[in-house]
Design a binder for this molecule. Structure first.
Ligand code: NAD
Length: 491
């Protein structure tokens, strides 16, 4: 596409919106800095009321024809969309590494292939949605999954490409048209997604991108009564605001929110394996919603476990995310570094003990040391609140009952990890109240599986059939098996 306005690491990327198949510039912009070295990457268009309006109108206009194509008609477009994402793999890796600080190696090996799969998988599985029939004694129920209309998609900065495609895939495959509002701290890969969609020939208006801040652009978008769905991933305070805006218009919304997930190490766990996995919780500088950030370790093995984990943590390679060898990169924004440092300082002032870390890391201004705090009470702020940085807590327990009580002892309920002898670990995992939990493993995901949290970690599930249920209007066309006789006494 024409009109590239930024040059990031030699890659041309538009800083403008993408509305109705065209780039649209704004009279207002916001600056974008790299978390690696704070250099100015450029200025990005701020979505004003007129842009939100144009995008919604374009999506509304494009909806009937896109919906009428049916899943089979849409699939070739979406397969080409996935192909075009693949053709831009190098650019996408560089852009998200530069604007979000995500490891280049992780982008290449995990995120970009997953982004392609997010589009391809749902395009394929949408074919199965059509014409399900439920037979009962009285009737055939033709259960249709009809596209709902215009969908607003709002994503956070810690995984913009992955999360945007995770929502776009099912929303588009089931026949909706979309307006995506990317995160203002990491907007570039979503802009390149628009190029991929354009090159794939997606009809104008089917997929629109409006850049901008949450408080301004995002708030205008989610308050619009013409939306059929809102799919949001982000923080609890924003979700509460969005739920109110959506509620005012009775627009269904899916909310994938933060976590304070337990990482339970039972007495019969393989300590080395649990320690190797434990060190992964510092991935993306701890800015991972599903990380197990509260370590709960059986008292009898706690000392051995701490030393095993320490050995892995000491070996972590902290540095520039663009370097192949780097394992932990920067935090997204100076405000996030400040927030993390304040959390740790307050915890220490209130009596917590540092096992390691606890200060900024010398590599750069937005780096913080992998940190572990212990000597904590369950009610402590650092145990209860999501920090979203490389800061973990460690508490010990003496019985499974106590482990479960502590694991369940926060308002969050996203995920969890449980290490122990397999049967034992499953039994404990089953009692932990979260949307998902990994037994003797971490991070295994499949697009067919449900994903989402309970309690303050979210409302609704996405993934597989759950995504389709959310993005579709389910309708029962009831066809009687015997001729119907009208009667007032009939139920
Ligand atoms: P955030 O809530 O501040 O922002 C998320 C998105 O919402 C951004 O695009 C932002 O611009 C937008 N936004 C902000 N205010 C808005 C408003 N009033 N109306 C509409 N949109 C608005 O979250 P963040 O700081 O970008 O991301 C970190 C949070 O996301 C953490 O809590 C993390 O746990 C969570 N997260 C959850 C998952 C999950 O799948 N459960 C995945 C990744 C991140």
């Amino acid at each position: 596409m024409s009109n590239p306005s930024l040059d990031v690491a030699g890659i041309q990327v538009s800083a403008d919106h993408y509305i109705n198949g065209q780039r649209v510039a704004s009279s207002e912009t916001f600056p974008l800095h790299s978390p690696i070295d704070q250099r100015l990457l450029g200025h990005v268009s701020e979505g004003l009321a007129e842009h939100v309006e144009q995008a919604i109108v374009a999506a509304q206009k494009a909806f009937p024809a896109w919906a009428a194509l049916g899943a089979a008609g849409r699939k070739p477009y979406l397969d080409r969309f996935a192909d075009e994402i693949g053709k831009r793999a190098d650019e996408l890796c560089q852009l998200e590494s530069n604007d979000a600080g995500v490891l280049l190696s992780r982008m290449r090996n995990g995120v970009v292939p997953r982004a392609m799969l997010n589009i391809r998988w749902f395009a394929e599985h949408a074919l199965e949605l059509q014409n399900r029939t439920l037979e009962t004694d009285q009737a055939s129920h033709l259960v249709r999954h009809d596209p709902a209309g215009v969908v607003a998609i709002i994503t956070p900065w810690n995984a913009p490409l992955m999360l945007s495609t995770w929502k776009l895939g099912p929303a588009l495959a089931s026949g909706n048209t979309c307006v995506l509002k990317p995160p203002e701290w990491a907007p570039l890969t979503c802009s390149l997604l628009a190029d991929a969609a354009h090159a794939a020939g997606l009809p104008p208006g089917v997929f629109n991108v409006v850049q901008g801040s949450g408080a301004n652009t995002g708030a205008k978008l989610v308050s619009d009564p013409r939306l059929a769905r809102i799919s949001f991933t982000g923080s609890v305070p924003t979700a509460k605001w969005i739920a109110q805006a959506a509620g005012a218009n009775l627009v269904p919304c899916s909310l994938e929110l933060g976590g304070k997930s337990p990482f339970v190490v039972l007495e019969d766990a393989d300590i080395d394996s649990a320690a190797a996995t434990g060190a992964l919780m510092y991935r993306n500088a701890g800015q991972v919603c599903l990380a197990g950030t509260r370590f709960l370790v059986h008292q009898r093995i706690a000392d051995r476990y701490v030393e095993a984990l320490r050995a892995y943590v000491e070996k972590l390679n902290i540095g520039d995310p663009r370097d192949e060898a780097t394992e932990v990169g920067p935090l997204i924004h100076p405000r996030q570094v400040e927030r993390v440092a304040e959390y740790v300082d307050r915890a220490v002032a209130q009596g917590a003990r540092l096992l390691w870390g606890g200060a900024r890391h010398g590599f750069g201004a937005q780096y913080y040391q992998p940190t572990m705090l212990t000597d904590l009470r369950q009610s402590d702020e650092i145990v209860q609140n999501e920090v979203f940085g490389p800061v973990l807590t460690l508490q010990t327990f003496e019985s499974d009952e106590q482990a479960v009580e502590m694991a369940n002892g926060t308002d969050y309920g996203l995920g969890g990890v449980c290490y122990g002898e397999q049967t034992h670990a499953i039994a404990v995992a089953e009692q932990i109240r979260t949307g998902f939990i990994w037994v003797n493993s971490f991070g295994i995901r499949d697009l067919a599986a449900p994903f989402g949290g309970i309690k303050r970690s979210g409302i609704g599930r996405e993934g597989g059939a759950w995504s389709f249920e959310f993005f579709c209007d389910v309708k029962d066309v009831v066809v009687p098996k015997k001729p119907f006789k009208a009667s007032f006494s009939h139920r």
